[in-house]
Design a protein around this ligand. Structure first.
Ligand SMILES: [Fe+2]
Length: 386
């Protein structure tokens, strides 16, 4: 018997200039007093001034809230929710990368539902729709503008809280590749690694289905074709459009299929170290791909062929691993070597945390904690290889 499939997406407007659809989007959603959630980088790049002036020119008063940092923190979201209520806002615009969009989701959640973020960790914990949210993603990476996930750092426990809920899907996503041109090469590379990992894990997820397989594979082909060019020069508009489309397709796939262990582990490591998400997952994915190849050989070979088309059959997985490691060596501009080898106790805590993460549920490989510790040791040992 064929399994049942559910598929949810926001309304999407894709293309150069899509950000100027914000006025129409606000009208369509009957939002009159939006909170514009963004961050300091977007202000410095000039995008916030452009959008807020455009909105004001069209008679929309805007309250700007920009106190979001990468790996958005619980206290930042709580402060944003207070600001939302204080200003009597009736909707949200998120202009930024995944951190900004996730923070906006958290703000909408707390402002409408009250309580604490911990109350909503897990799957489907909201009671009703959130305030309208219009996302304008400015990185080609997280897919938070499409997805039903919201990931916020628990600063007390130093791990990430993951909420998965249909009500966390933005109402509208205005994907404008023009906004990518102010990314740094490092940001472009990290975002691209996230796209690749979303596509791989969505295809290998036990929740994958006929509606998610095609976009996952197409996302990988697009990322393979455009990432190096884009990360070397984020002002390359053609490469930027390719990565924006890859990001969208990967997000369509993973939001509906689920993810896997790269994300389950990254939620622990990122919460504890504050390392950029893309940097963490690209270090996990090669070793994980070899484990996935044992747990789900046929589908791993198929997804590997999308990354390494010239390596067929048994060689496909090793070809994909080489491709991922080459991308990491060429593009990874970060310094994870600054993070010392964690204590065994820390690795055990991360392994246990990952086994309780939402993304573990859809992983095709279900390791015990010891197997995960071994994987982490293997990944850490290659940190200094470059
Ligand atoms: Fe991700």
């Amino acid at each position: 018997m064929q399994k049942l499939v559910r598929f949810s997406l926001p309304e999407v407007i894709f293309g150069d200039g899509a950000r100027f659809g914000a006025v129409h989007a606000l009208k369509a959603l009957a939002v009159e007093r939006p909170l514009l959630v963004t961050d300091a980088g977007l202000i410095a790049a000039g995008w916030v001034e452009e959008l807020s002036q455009y909105l004001q020119h069209h008679g929309v008063p805007v309250t700007i809230w920009s106190a979001v940092t990468p790996n958005p923190k619980d206290h930042e979201v709580m402060a944003g929710a207070r600001q939302y209520l204080l200003e009597d806002c009736d909707g949200l615009i998120a202009l930024g990368g995944g951190s900004v969009i996730d923070a906006a989701k958290g703000i909408g959640l707390l402002a409408s539902h009250g309580g604490d973020l911990h109350d909503y960790v897990g799957i489907g914990r909201t009671r009703e729709p959130l305030p309208p949210l219009i996302a304008i993603p400015t990185t080609a990476g997280s897919g938070a503008d499409i997805s039903q996930y919201c990931v916020i750092t628990d600063t007390s426990a130093r791990c990430k809280m993951v909420m998965a809920d249909k009500n966390l899907i933005p109402d509208m996503s205005l994907i404008d590749p023009e906004t990518l041109r102010t990314l740094s090469p490092a940001q472009a590379a990290q975002s691209g690694f996230d796209v690749i990992t979303h596509a791989v894990e969505a295809y290998l997820s036990i929740g994958a289905n006929a509606l998610t397989d095609s976009p996952a594979l197409e996302a990988l082909e697009l990322a393979n074709a455009h990432l190096e060019r884009f990360a070397q020069d984020p002002t390359d508009t053609e490469a930027g459009r390719g990565m924006a489309l890859a990001c969208l397709k990967a997000a369509v796939a993973f939001s509906n299929a689920g993810l896997g262990l790269a994300h389950a582990l990254a939620h622990q490591i990122g919460g504890a170290t504050d390392l950029p998400h893309g940097c963490v997952i690209i270090r996990l994915l090669p070793s994980l791909l070899r484990r996935y190849a044992v747990a789900a050989p046929e589908r791993t070979e198929r997804v590997a062929r999308a990354l390494a088309p010239s390596d067929a059959g048994d060689r496909a997985v090793e070809g994909a691993v080489r491709r991922l490691e080459a991308l990491r060596a060429a593009l990874d501009c970060l310094t994870p070597t600054d993070v010392p080898q964690p204590e065994l106790e820390t690795l055990r805590r991360w392994a246990e945390g990952a086994r309780h993460d939402v993304c573990f549920l859809t992983s095709p490989w279900k390791p015990n904690a010891e197997e995960l510790v071994a994987l982490l040791q293997e990944c850490w040992s290659c940190v200094g290889d470059q």
